[in-house]
Write a protein that binds this ligand. Structure first.
Ligand SMILES: CC(C)(COP(=O)(O)OP(=O)(O)OC[C@H]1O[C@@H](n2cnc3c(N)ncnc32)[C@H](O)[C@@H]1OP(=O)(O)O)[C@@H](O)C(=O)NCCC(=O)NCCS
Length: 201
């Protein structure tokens, strides 16, 4: 089916599916990103982009729990890159990664291989507006992250997802991410999630 036609149809026939997520940053990596030939576009936006506020509004509306990862301190001191998907001037989805050494986020020393500190691209914000889901936008955003992480010489692409984010899991597993389920305690409650990692070498 024609992608742009499909996207428009779904604007009027929104289907609800799943949940929320998490993430943050400041410095922006500049790389070129051509327009998609699919009726929507995916571009890299810096915080100086004239429509950056539209991204923040989409983030706050669709996945408010991810706001601290974008506006808080988590990834403030590492390079980040924001991909924004737009259709007819509307922000319909986004994905943000941070490039960081492997280890410190888990309170461990940086992991090294043959004397070199290994880096990872960590996805910390990822969502598509409900009415534009299940048309491949999420997968296309993830593919951009994979390409950039490879371009930047990262050892792996990683993310963490709450266990109930089934659609996110489908996207990740379909792209070949490995999955490590985990349970931890937060405020005396057991919380289940999945670490997703894609090796890039
Ligand atoms: C995760 C998310 C970004 C995916 O965006 P999207 O544009 O719909 O992604 P795609 O269209 O590329 O792929 C969606 C896949 O999930 C599958 N899917 C969707 N809902 C599902 C459900 N309830 N159960 C099983 N599979 C489901 C679709 O069939 C599709 O898989 P397929 O391509 O193999 O058929 C979107 O669902 C979203 O924003 N969710 C809420 C926020 C979120 O969970 N963010 C992730 C961090 S936890």
């Amino acid at each position: 089916m024609n992608k742009s036609l499909s996207l428009m149809k779904n604007c009027h026939a929104a289907k609800s599916r799943d949940c929320k997520s998490n993430t943050t940053t400041r410095e922006i990596i500049q790389v070129s990103c051509p327009m998609e030939d699919k009726g929507y576009s995916i571009e890299i936006w810096s915080e100086k982009h004239p429509k950056y506020q539209d991204f923040l509004e989409c983030l706050k509306k669709v996945v408010p729990d991810q706001l601290p990862f974008v506006e808080g301190d988590f990834y403030r001191n590492v390079p980040t890159c924001l991909y924004v998907a737009t259709f007819e001037q509307i922000v319909i989805g986004f994905l943000r990664i941070a490039i960081q050494p492997i280890g410190p986020e888990a309170n461990c020393p940086p992991l090294t291989y043959k004397g070199k500190i290994l880096s990872e691209a960590k996805i910390h914000a990822f969502a598509v507006r409900e009415e534009y889901r299940n048309q491949g936008v999420g997968r296309a955003l993830q593919e951009k992250a994979i390409s950039l992480a490879k371009e930047k010489g990262c050892h792996q692409l990683s993310s963490y997802s709450p266990y109930q984010c089934v659609a996110n899991h489908q996207v990740k597993l379909g792209l070949g991410f490995a999955a490590q389920p985990e349970t931890h305690t937060e405020a005396d409650k057991q919380v289940k999630g999945v670490y997703f990692i894609m090796p890039l070498i």
